[in-house]
Design a protein around this ligand. Structure first.
Ligand SMILES: Nc1ncnc2c1ncn2[C@@H]1O[C@H](COP(=O)(O)OP(=O)(O)OP(=O)(O)O)[C@@H](O)[C@H]1O
Ligand SMILES: [Mg+2]
Length: 287
């Protein structure tokens, strides 16, 4: 790999009452790569995403490890360093397109904020750029959308607006935390294709958080499988589906019989597999 864009090494985190949230997590991403972070609820996916963005809740403390973005250490970095990176070099596509937008401000005002603040564009130049961004995410009638309030748009349209916003300043890394899970299956597929197309056009690296292996198969190059805060398998997507090594990965694949179809319903993973997985992590000294 060329110089890594994101280099997470030995990251461990706990809650205030001592419960492990992340256990020695390491992850490397090169420029322009799409890396899937997959695991069941509570595995620690969002915690990794939030650690990179420096927005972990107070209840979670990082104990060990480092997160380097293009060589710069983010843990403990001065606020000015993080401020400079976040929103420009590193952007977020959030999970819930309703709560991520301010309900009382027009789409145009929300889209132009960062263009004016961080790119220093004038009000009219920012509005014109915002209109072009909406075209890029295949929204039509862009002038009307810029004047609209979030509740006047459908869920899929709002998510397109947020994707436009994430790509607005041409970031090098986008963190997408389950960006399609609030959408119905057809819209989900369109949004995934859209993210993939923009990602390729802009050569943006994407850390893609999902619990859905179908999404991983469709969009990712590499994948990290998390279980209970620990990495159980890390490989290329091509390899993951052909030669899954860990019992938990095999169970995860078996739980979604149509992983070529994102959004298909999952079968539960058996207690036996869970027990075996915990045992294998114990053997690695992760407990
Ligand atoms: N604000 C919080 N306070 C205390 N514990 C938290 C908080 N947020 C998350 N946790 C704990 O951290 C662990 C990992 O949670 P995280 O949200 O990272 O999982 P996840 O893989 O994103 O799950 P999901 O698929 O449900 O989004 C869980 O055990 C959870 O209880
Ligand atoms: Mg989460």
């Amino acid at each position: 790999m060329r110089r890594p864009l994101l280099d997470i090494e030995g990251l461990s985190a706990r809650t205030a009452d001592g419960q492990a949230v992340l256990l020695d997590v390491s992850l490397l991403m090169g420029p322009g790569e799409v890396h899937g972070l997959v695991g069941q609820s509570g595995a620690g996916k969002t915690s990794i995403a939030k650690a990179v963005l420096g927005i972990l809740p107070r209840a979670i403390t990082l104990n060990e490890g480092s997160i380097r973005f293009d060589g710069t250490e983010l843990i403990g970095a001065p606020a000015a360093t993080l401020d400079k990176l976040l929103g420009t070099d590193i952007a977020l596509i959030p999970q819930d397109p309703m709560t991520a937008l301010n309900p009382s401000r027009r789409i145009g005002a929300q889209l132009t904020d960062s263009l004016r603040l961080k790119a220093g564009l004038s009000k009219s130049a920012a509005m014109e750029r915002a209109r072009k961004l909406l075209e890029e995410v295949h929204l039509t009638d862009t002038r009307r959308i810029l004047r609209a309030y979030p509740h006047e748009l459908s869920g899929g349209m709002r998510q397109r607006v947020l994707i436009a916003s994430a790509f607005a300043l041409n970031p090098r890394l986008i963190i997408a935390d389950e960006p399609t899970s609030a959408l119905d299956v057809t819209v989900q597929k369109q949004i995934l294709r859209l993210i993939r197309r923009l990602q390729r056009e802009h050569e943006t690296a994407v850390l893609f958080v999902t619990h859905d292996l179908g999404v991983v198969a469709q969009i990712c190059d590499d994948v990290t499988v998390l279980f209970s805060g620990a990495v159980v398998e890390q490989t290329t997507v091509h390899h993951l589906f052909r030669h899954p090594r860990h019992v938990y990965t095999r169970a995860l694949i078996a739980s979604n019989p149509r992983y070529d179809q994102p959004g298909a319903s999952l079968r539960p993973i058996s207690d036996e597999v869970i027990a075996d997985t915990l045992q294998s992590l114990d053997a690695k000294g992760a407990s």
